[in-house]
Design a binder for this molecule. Structure first.
Ligand SMILES: N#Cc1c(N)n[nH]c1-c1ccc2c(Cl)cn(Cc3cccnc3)c2c1
Length: 244
């Protein structure tokens, strides 16, 4: 997979050079290219923003640098086009399902905006030649798209074959599709500062361990995400109906 990231703070994306994503890039599983949007400005101040039409607080990112950057890095007459992902507070919620969907793309481009946002014509113009998906990583407010891209790239990269050591672990994680939050995990020592590892986990009885883990998943989900528990219960009922 090729990933192009556009930002006025390219150094923000340095985190993509380390850990899981960095290893994937070094091993050739990922081709990560970070671009400084200001490279496509032509004035002394390398201006990327201007006042908003219609008034209002703050500044808006000018369309011209984006258009020139996209033309340069992903030419309209090229053999293929990326899928453009644009973080925005007004976007479609990012989810594990969307992470899987994006992980299936051969080429992704991410537009990290700042200020009050990117001129709306940038996404509209890009949509004339590539799929554009505006995404939000959650119902809270950030100062720009870079953090959102780091979140999405990590969630996507770990789904790519060969990126994480044990693909089986993907199936047991929270939000991995079985609908429940994952159970708590423990390692040595068996006792630590007056806290013991649950005895069942030391029993070697795999049936009891599996039962305990499921019960913990249900308990945690009921406590922290009753919405997920309701959906999980409905999916179980639907499976039973289908089986009967
Ligand atoms: N994804 C996501 C996401 C999220 N979950 N919170 N904030 C953002 C996000 C993403 C992109 C931008 C761009 Cl471009 C500018 N800002 C600052 C801003 C703040 C409030 C209102 N308008 C713009 C962004 C915030």
């Amino acid at each position: 997979m090729r990933l192009d990231v556009f930002s006025i703070f390219p150094e923000y994306l340095a985190a993509l050079d380390v850990s899981l994503v960095g290893k994937a890039a070094k091993s050739g599983l990922l081709d990560v290219r970070v671009h400084d949007l200001r490279d496509w400005t032509h004035d002394r101040h390398r201006t990327v923003d201007d006042t908003p039409y219609g008034g209002g607080a703050g500044m808006v990112m000018k369309p011209e640098p984006w258009g020139e950057a996209f033309d340069s890095v992903m030419p309209g007459d090229g053999p293929s086009q990326p899928r453009l992902v644009v973080p925005t507070p007004a976007g479609r919620p990012f989810s594990q399902d969307l992470a899987y969907e994006l992980a299936a793309e051969p080429w992704l481009a991410f537009a990290c905006g700042r200020y009050e946002g990117i001129d709306g014509r940038v996404a509209a113009h890009a949509a004339e030649r590539m799929q554009v998906t505006e995404v939000s990583i959650g119902d809270y407010v950030l100062n720009g798209g870079e953090v959102a891209v780091l979140v999405m790239v990590e969630a996507i990269a770990r789904l790519l074959p060969g990126v994480i050591g044990n693909p089986e672990s993907l199936a047991e994680e929270s939000h991995s599709g079985h609908g429940l939050l994952e159970y708590p995990v423990y390692t040595k020592p068996p006792a630590w500062r007056g806290h013991e590892v649950p005895e069942v986990l030391l029993s070697g009885n795999h049936k009891l361990i599996a039962e305990w883990r499921h019960e913990e998943s249900v308990r945690r989900t009921a406590e922290r995400r009753p919405d997920l528990l309701a959906a999980w219960g409905s999916s179980l009922a639907a499976e039973d109906d289908a089986a009967s």
